[in-house]
Design a protein. Structure first.
Length: 144
């Protein structure tokens, strides 16, 4: 299962609105032995999110954020970007037209598809609905 940035951020901060559910879900999936995947894009997005203040938390210091990033890369399988991801991204951008920041989500879907991963755990279900039958959006509440 591919894990979106927002799940990792929610799991990191006790004060995040979905903290308990995100932690419960990640622990439950981890205990089943199912592989949890991220990409380097997810790590970059995580660094962006945790080093800026949120309405429910202060920003992390960059050293703490980088320690988190190292821990995430050792705890999750990192699906690498490359020519196959770019090819999948081009197809997705043509079939489900996107622009601007939407291309970040398209790249997540492309990374998943290029690596044969079909399940996405995210808090932003609506942002990924355009990929319809290509990926399965996992409901955080049901997965927990």
């Amino acid at each position: 299962m591919f894990v979106d940035t927002n799940i990792l951020v929610a799991a990191r901060f006790l004060t995040a609105p979905a903290h308990v559910t995100a932690c419960r879900c990640l622990n439950r999936i981890g205990n089943t032995g199912e592989a949890l995947h991220i990409s380097r894009q997810i790590i970059r997005e995580y660094l962006v999110a945790v080093t800026r203040p949120q309405s429910w938390s202060a920003a992390l210091a960059i050293d703490d954020a980088l320690e988190d990033a190292a821990r995430l890369m050792s705890s999750f399988t990192v699906l690498e970007d490359g020519p196959n991801v770019m090819a999948a991204l081009a197809v997705l951008c043509r079939e489900a037209p996107v622009a601007g920041k939407q291309i970040h989500d398209a790249n997540i879907a492309a990374t998943m598809l290029a690596h044969g991963e079909r399940r996405l755990l995210t808090l932003n279900v609506k942002d990924f609905r355009r990929y319809g039958e290509r990926i399965e959006l996992v409901d955080l509440e049901r997965a927990a």
